[in-house]
Write a protein that binds this ligand. Structure first.
Ligand code: LLP
Length: 386
């Protein structure tokens, strides 16, 4: 089955563009709130990096989620969309002074600190503003995840976080810095994770670290386990809403928390992935020696995931019901990697047919570039076609 799209209305639009199905987005948010709401100390933040379209951000803000930002630009985008600053967590290995200053000025909830030099600078800048910065330390748990190598983050070889063996030393240092308040620990092992066992491994590691800290009489009020829950790219219609029930239940079951501790999540892809589709138009159908190409007007500049991570996005010809034929679907960019899919079956394509690249709501529009002097794609929501 194909997704349901207002095809006639799409035909009048300039392509390529992103389309966000706000019914799916709202259902997804409702499910998150219901499932996380079963546990009274769970706080869900939305990872803005996955999609910062302002219309999408507003809907997420209306659902009451907090936000996870990784740059000053994202802090601004979140505040412009109406997220309260006291629900903003801010991570990143390389925070510039102006970004730290912005976070301090806005009184964000927490800086997720990734190194000692960064901690010292935050302390200095906070002193200059006469403020105390709340910090969590991002600990590299050395836990692998069954996902693409480019999107695992929790191994010792990755650039992220503070090594486990340095944890107590860093917490002790924070206690000496007068403009720093240590409030918790932050983790993130990777993205597009579908095996709950990976999250269980993270829980086990956090339990060990918490035991170690309890012995040293160190109090940890907040635990932030990052994001990472994956989506079903093969079957966007069968499973438009990720399995939040199992995801939150896994943490509730395996992570040992005290009654006065809060557990934070930073979900990106699982929130926005399935509601988004890249709509593009067939420019030409070209017969190659051994195959046929469907050449579309969107390229890797609009959706880079297939070129960068060999990611699969389900593709549909939403203008045709003709029998299936096999195509390589390619873009117009002057790069051999500008291929969306190889040897894929689509209803027979003609010039002008609309092609939908599904599950593109996360890390799609936001990763678009102007390479080849191309225009950035627009993003529209269901209400824009009412
Ligand atoms: N928290 C931290 C610290 C992160 O680094 C990330 C993602 C998230 C939360 C959100 O993760 P999610 O729930 O979306 O998996 N561009 C890549 C994904 C990069 C993810 C980077 N970090 C892609 O298109 O697959």
């Amino acid at each position: 089955m194909k997704g349901t799209f207002p095809v006639e209305k799409f035909q009048k639009m300039e392509t390529p563009f992103y389309y966000y199905d706000t019914n799916i987005l709202r259902e997804t948010l409702k499910c998150i709130n219901e499932e996380a709401g079963k546990y009274n100390n769970f706080c869900v933040h939305y990872a803005v990096k996955s999609n910062a379209n302002d219309k999408v951000l507003k809907i997420i803000r209306e659902a009451g989620l907090g936000v996870d930002c990784v740059s000053g630009g994202e802090i601004r985008a979140a505040i412009n969309a109406g997220f309260p600053a006291n629900k903003i967590v801010y991570a990143g290995v390389g925070k510039s002074d102006w970004e730290i200053n912005l976070g301090l000025e806005k009184n964000i909830f927490c800086f997720n600190v990734e190194s000692i030099p960064e901690l010292e600078i935050i302390n200095e800048l906070a002193a200059a503003q006469n403020k105390v910065a709340q910090v969590c330390f991002r600990i590299n748990p050395n836990v692998g995840a069954h996902t693409h190598a480019n999107i695992t983050t929790g191994l010792a070889e990755n650039k992220f976080g503070i090594a486990m063996e340095d944890m107590e030393k860093v917490i002790a240092l924070a206690a000496q810095l007068s403009n720093i308040e240590f409030i918790g620990l932050h983790f993130h092992i990777g993205s597009q994770i579908l095996e709950m066992g990976d999250f269980v491994a993270l829980c086990n590691r956090i339990n060990e670290l918490q035991e170690q800290l309890a012995k040293a009489h160190i109090k940890v009020k907040h635990i932030n386990v990052g994001g990472g829950l994956g989506i079903d790219y093969q079957h966007p219609n069968k499973q438009p809403i990720p399995n939040f029930k199992d995801y939150f239940a896994t943490y509730a079951k395996h992570l040992k928390l005290n009654d006065d501790q809060y557990l934070h999540f930073e979900l990106g892809r699982a929130v926005t992935g399935q509601c988004g589709t890249l709509i593009t138009k067939t420019l030409y159908v070209k017969q190659g020696t051994h195959k046929q190409f469907c050449i579309v007007d969107a390229g890797m500049t609009d959706l880079i995931r297939p070129a960068l991570y060999q990611a699969f996005h389900k593709i549909e010809n939403i203008s045709s019901e003709e029998p299936m034929e096999t195509y390589d679907v390619v873009g117009p960019i002057c790069e051999s990697s500008d291929v969306f899919v190889k040897a894929f079956d689509l209803n027979k394509c003609h010039r002008g047919d609309l092609i939908a690249l599904r599950s593109a709501g996360a890390y799609g529009e936001i990763m678009a570039s102007g390479y080849n002097c191309r225009q950035l794609p627009e993003g529209y929501i269901t209400e824009d076609f009412a």
